[in-house]
Design a binder for this molecule. Sequence first.
Ligand SMILES: Cc1cc2nc3c(=O)[nH]c(=O)nc-3n(C[C@H](O)[C@H](O)[C@H](O)COP(=O)(O)OP(=O)(O)OC[C@H]3O[C@@H](n4cnc5c(N)ncnc54)[C@H](O)[C@@H]3O)c2cc1C
Ligand SMILES: *[C@@H]1O[C@H](CO)[C@@H](O)[C@H](O)[C@H]1NC(C)=O
Ligand SMILES: *[C@@H]1O[C@H](CO)[C@@H](O)[C@H](O)[C@H]1NC(C)=O
Ligand SMILES: *[C@@H]1O[C@H](CO)[C@@H](O)[C@H](O)[C@H]1NC(C)=O
Ligand SMILES: *[C@@H]1O[C@H](CO)[C@@H](O)[C@H](O)[C@H]1NC(C)=O
Ligand SMILES: *[C@@H]1O[C@H](CO)[C@@H](O)[C@H](O)[C@H]1NC(C)=O
Length: 583
Amino acid sequence: MALGLASSAALVLATILGSLCLVALSEDEQLENLRFVRRAQDAPLVSHYNYIIIGGGTAGCPLAATLSEHSRVLLLERGGLPYRNMSNQQHFTDALADTSPASPAQRFISEDGVVNARARVLGGGSCLNAGFYTRASNDYVHAAGWDARLVNSSYRWVERALVFRPDVPPWQAALRDALLEAGVTPDNGFTFDHVTGTKIGGTIFDSSGQRHTAADFLRHARPGGLTVLLYATVSRILFRQQEGAPYPVAYGVVFSDPLGVQHRVYLQDGGKNEVILSAGTLGSPQLLMLSGVGPQAHLEAHGVQVLVDQPMVGQGVADNPMNSVFIPSPVPVALSLVQVVGITRTGSFIEGVSGSEFGIPVSEGVRRLARNFGLFSPQLQTGQLGTLPPKQRTPEALQRAAEAMRRLDRRAFRGGFILEKILGPVSSGHIELRSTDPRANPAVTFNYFQEKEDLDRCVHGIETIERVIQSRAFANFTYANASVESIFTDSANFPVNLLPRHANDSRTPEQYCRDTVMTIWHYHGGCQVGAVVDDDYRVFGVQRLRVIDSSTFKYSPGTNPQATVMMLGRYMGVKIQAERWRK
Ligand SMILES: Cc1cc2nc3c(=O)[nH]c(=O)nc-3n(C[C@H](O)[C@H](O)[C@H](O)COP(=O)(O)OP(=O)(O)OC[C@H]3O[C@@H](n4cnc5c(N)ncnc54)[C@H](O)[C@@H]3O)c2cc1C
Ligand SMILES: *[C@@H]1O[C@H](CO)[C@@H](O)[C@H](O)[C@H]1NC(C)=O
Ligand SMILES: *[C@@H]1O[C@H](CO)[C@@H](O)[C@H](O)[C@H]1NC(C)=O
Ligand SMILES: *[C@@H]1O[C@H](CO)[C@@H](O)[C@H](O)[C@H]1NC(C)=O
Ligand SMILES: *[C@@H]1O[C@H](CO)[C@@H](O)[C@H](O)[C@H]1NC(C)=O
Ligand SMILES: *[C@@H]1O[C@H](CO)[C@@H](O)[C@H](O)[C@H]1NC(C)=O
């Protein structure tokens, strides 16, 4: 994909950054080549910038690259560089499986009982995700009140930098044909657009399976305009009461380096400089609260001095429930992450991921794949999460399930998952502080399926998956004797999916949705537009502070959000620059 870079210096940088994830260099060696990226411990104790962006993630990187064109920008990221073993789709699960404090994926378990993960690395969620790239619908763009032309040019900017057309292997092609046969029509071919029917979308994995991430946007930065600090954990945004200003004014941030040393960064004097929070759905509301902007009683309970009583901070947090079915295959299946999506008329989106054949044993391939999709949990040992209702997913229960799983024949793991995610969702929950440690996860409640509308959408999705499994188009990848019922209940032949058993043994589709709920990691909200930020993403009740990331969404955009998160970073960067230079 073309770059169109001006100077040769920029070209050198582009080459280095373009291969950020690919080179086999150590972090030291990489940093030597990346002059504007440094570790926090090497940063001065005090510094000044036009823009301070908190969080070098999926939105923060394109935003920083854009604002650096005419201003001095500091990008503060608590994680390190995306390293080599994160870069190939073969290793999709490695980071998620790594639960060490240095892992690029910080695990959290929501109060609902579902295992989940958040990014801790330059490039954010785009370094961990399944790579699928697809835009929001025109209706979504309209409802958000965005400028549709700038939205489109921002999507195109993103797509030129790091989006590819996938090579579709037979299992994914069969899924596409099966969706069409199951009535998810028309066939929309290959497109980034969100339209009803079945399509092939984009991917951030290139044709050799290498991942490109939001960190690659930094190649578009003006090197003299950008400083990136790694391992810089922001603990607080600083505010002051300024004469003539009706509200507290943000004037800097405090961050700690890995040695525990606190550094301060201040906004340069002058009217239009700003602090921008891009710390993600968990990080942005958490940091607002830690800085004294949030629900008064809750902040007081944690001994945080209240600056602005803002009851909506941390509210309206949602995660689209995902339910998946493992389809054992009589023939070997190549590894593929999400490439095809069925956009139904009933508000569910059907996608699939399939197992691996190359290099690693089949069973290991699918086990790895399964880990990511929450069916197995590496930390809590490999275990059949899907057969345990969320609240029963205790370490002991998972351990037992794990042992059962280990005894299975490797052939049991040959195949793929067909999953469905619902639109919206309508159900939502909240984020609360657990402690005042910025490194600790806040408590997150999503309230999956609290609203009936969400449950109905799930049931329709599962019904569509049943039609897919039974279709002629998918017949090569299912056992002839595998009825939908047997896939779920025949433990001798199809041991990977087992329906959770209840005393009343009710097997309604509704119960199936509730019991097998997982995450597809599309959580959002907590700093919603209209509740915490205004239409220009400025935080209500304070000045010189915006939030720009997935925490501002009311509903998840498109079928998968990353395209729109990246687009928003670019879009707001362009708008903020235009405002800055407006007379
Ligand atoms: C496993 C997985 C699979 C997914 N699959 C897909 C997919 O296939 N397609 C798709 O479209 N979407 C997918 N998603 C979702 C998508 O990746 C996310 O919606 C998106 O990355 C969110 O972007 P963000 O900018 O809001 O947050 P993030 O990208 O998480 O960025 C937030 C950044 O802020 C940093 N930060 C947080 N707190 C602090 C602090 N106190 N100080 C300094 N830095 C801080 C974090 O380290 C992080 O880098 C997936 C996500 C995951 C996790
Ligand atoms: C990935 O690579 C990093 C750096 O080389 C290493 O520290 C980490 O343990 C590796 N993780 C896995 C899961 O292999
Ligand atoms: C933006 O692009 C979409 C297709 O991706 C198109 O339907 C829409 O009309 C475009 N909007 C504008 C204002 O160009
Ligand atoms: C199933 O596999 C056979 C043998 O490889 C092939 O000829 C046939 O076209 C496949 N069917 C479908 C629907 O793809
Ligand atoms: C289903 O088919 C497989 C493969 O042919 C066979 O091993 C298994 O015993 C069959 N199961 C049933 C219930 O007939
Ligand atoms: C069946 O049992 C489960 C768990 O005990 C319960 O949540 C559910 O409501 C019951 N369903 C019916 C239809 O009684």
